[in-house]
Ligand binder design. Structure first.
Ligand code: FDA
Length: 305
């Protein structure tokens, strides 16, 4: 049953008609639990509250299905506005973005020139940028763009996914760049030809890459809600005397909120990933796919008023 629901939500998240409807009607169905707001201003208020609680943030302007130059330029402008908003409000926040929103599917020139505009603004305002990782078909292109930008800009990192077979090699390959990497299990529906189908194998690979990246001496953001992975990270850093400024934990806005505060209270750096924007629908569907139990919150949002 859980698998059917997962596939259903992933399918719905890619449905263009539903995405259009969602944009038109604004944050609905309990999505406000996972999305800070439709505008940058509303998300700034959320970030301020999180920062007041000593939680660091990374914001993400949500966007899906960008397939023309103009939309990619508009998404780029949104990111530049977010960088400026972070600086003007003096927020403890980074920015996360997806290369498809900046034109990855249009051309290499488009995505690179849009990214350089964002990176110039980010450098000027001292804001760190993380390139989220999308589905496997875009993994190599994302890593290539990351490498190119990293040779020009210090303030950039990206994400690797434990469910892909290739990731151990990517960790080794990227080591010479001393990258700041966010490590995750992986959120997309992938074929067994490229990704571990068994959750236990994903978990083992997650542990492996966490340890490798930390022991390589690189900054590691362990982005998970899974207590086993958190406990494993704590063990590795203790055993190898890894300083607290070489790693952090990250969780999504609205998920395991109390656990986020507990880790902060234990003295760990805790960063909350805060999505915002009109295009909340696809993101929301992926969160439901990940944990169909969240549907209960949605039903409350719809019927519980
Ligand atoms: P998983 O979903 O396996 O959950 C493990 C355990 O965690 C559960 O069994 C439960 O005990 C606990 N748990 C999880 N959710 C809970 C809840 N709501 N309440 C209580 N307990 C809960 N993916 C990607 O492909 N590209 C990317 O760029 C990113 N970026 C990203 C940033 C950040 C900050 C995070 C946290 C995640 C991502 N992801 C991502 C998503 C990631 O790949 C993954 O899909 C989700 O984090 C879910 O995997 P978990 O590691 O959280 O564990």
């Amino acid at each position: 049953m859980e698998n059917i629901l997962r596939n259903f939500f992933l399918f719905m998240g890619k449905n263009r008609a539903a995405t259009k409807m969602a944009k038109k009607y604004g944050l609905r169905f309990g999505a406000g639990r996972f999305v800070a707001g439709a505008s940058l201003q509303s998300s700034i208020e959320v970030i301020k509250k999180l920062n007041d609680e000593e939680l660091a943030v990374t914001i993400d302007h949500l966007g899906e299905f960008v397939d023309n130059e103009q939309e990619a330029r508009e998404m780029t402008d949104h990111c530049i506005d977010a960088v400026k908003g972070i600086a003007e409000s003096n927020l403890n926040s980074q920015l996360s973005l997806k290369l498809t929103s900046m034109g990855l599917d249009i051309s290499r020139e488009t995505v690179l020139s849009n990214m350089k505009r964002i990176m110039d603004a980010a450098r000027e305002h001292n804001v760190f940028i993380t390139i989220d990782m999308e589905d496997e078909t875009r993994c190599q292109a994302t890593i290539d763009i990351f490498k190119e930008l990293k040779s020009e800009y210090d303030n950039i990192g990206t994400v690797l996914q434990a469910y892909l077979y290739r990731t151990v090699e990517d960790i080794q390959d990227l080591d010479s760049y001393n990258p700041n990497l966010r490590l995750v299990k992986g959120a997309y529906k992938e074929s067994p030809s490229v990704a571990f189908p068994e959750k236990s194998d994903v978990d083992e690979n997650f542990k492996k890459i966490i340890k490798m990246h930390l022991l390589n001496g690189n900054y590691t953001a362990v982005a998970t809600h899974d207590d086993n992975m958190i406990a494993f990270t704590k063990e590795v850093v203790k055993e190898h005397n890894i300083p607290k400024n070489q790693f952090e934990f990250q969780m999504l806005y609205g998920i395991r909120v109390e656990r986020q505060r507990e880790l902060r209270d234990e003295g760990y750096k805790m960063r909350v990933y805060v999505p915002y924007g009109n295009d909340w629908y696809g993101y929301f569907m992926r969160r439901l796919a990940e944990r169909p139990a969240n549907v209960a919150f949605v039903l409350k949002g719809v019927f519980g008023k």
